[in-house]
Design a protein around this ligand. Structure first.
Ligand SMILES: CC(=O)[C@@H](O)[C@H](O)COP(=O)(O)O
Ligand SMILES: NCC(=O)COP(=O)(O)O
Length: 245
């Protein structure tokens, strides 16, 4: 079975659009856990445009009694303050994701053979306190070899190219998926665990979860977006009932 880690960044995006505490990110985590998810993901960015340092702590505190059955995955670039926070909290997993100046969302995996001075000390520091490290990579053999060389436990395959191909047509999606299959086999042969994420949704996920050796998918944008529409009808009726007395 593939583990689902729900990324709650988007809940914080809505909250931050107005300030204050609504909607509560911890409450969203609570609902996800009550629904049965085995994982929660956050991606605290340096500018705190969604998940804040306080959210990382609050979610950690709420998850603490659940950690036997719910994994906490903190994603981000290996900037010193984030690595120190992760070392202090010791979540189950830290996914190291590159950041490009000005990006709206993640745009690519780590480029093989670059950023060793940045990645190696961060990986060593995290592993020394028992945090599993996953490296966000393109679905390419060279990226897998680079991850294996760096000694991480897992890779997270960047699935946006697959999502875009699937959007074009199911056949394109299948062709793209075959590339991921070959890369997953290669990663598994090197002893790496396999995660995947970015723009996975209810349409493209069915095929993707058949990827050999897939351990975990992390999904945020599409899942939270759909939750709005699944819930909107109920909420409008609640408000109508009050307005109509
Ligand atoms: C690594 C990855 O693909 C996702 O975590 C993505 O970066 C989500 O971050 P945003 O919510 O900031 O777009
Ligand atoms: N690691 C990917 C993730 O957490 C969620 O990505 P997305 O579903 O918001 O694109």
């Amino acid at each position: 079975m593939v583990s689902l880690s729900v990324n709650v960044n988007k809940v914080a995006t809505v909250r931050n659009s107005r300030g204050g505490a609504v909607p509560s990110v911890v409450k969203a985590v609570e609902v996800c856990v009550a629904a049965g998810v085995p994982g929660i993901t956050v991606h605290p960015r340096a500018d705190e445009r969604h998940i804040t340092a306080q959210d990382v702590l609050d979610i950690h505190a709420w998850l603490a009694p659940q950690r036997e059955r719910v994994e906490y995955n903190i994603e981000g670039d290996p900037r010193p303050d984030l690595i120190e926070r992760v070392v202090e909290l010791r979540p189950d997993q830290c996914t190291l994701v590159p950041v490009r100046p000005g990006e709206i969302t993640s745009e690519a995996g780590w480029i093989p053979q670059r950023d060793r001075e940045l990645l190696s000390p961060a990986i060593a520091r995290l592993q020394a306190v028992g945090v599993r490290v996953s490296l966000f990579v393109e679905a390419e053999r060279a990226a897998i070899d680079w991850a294996a060389e760096l000694g991480v436990e897992r890779v997270e395959l960047y699935t946006e190219p697959y999502a875009r191909a699937y959007e074009t047509s199911e056949d394109e999606g299948k062709r793209s998926f075959e590339r991921y299959v070959a890369v997953a086999e290669h990663a598994h042969a090197q002893g790496l665990g396999i995660n995947a994420g970015h723009d996975l949704d209810l349409d493209n996920l069915g095929l993707f979860v058949t990827l050999p050796h897939l351990d975990e998918v992390s999904i945020g944008h599409a899942l939270i977006s759909r939750a709005l529409f699944v819930g909107l009808d109920t909420v409008v009726r609640e408000y109508l009932a009050l307005c109509q007395g």
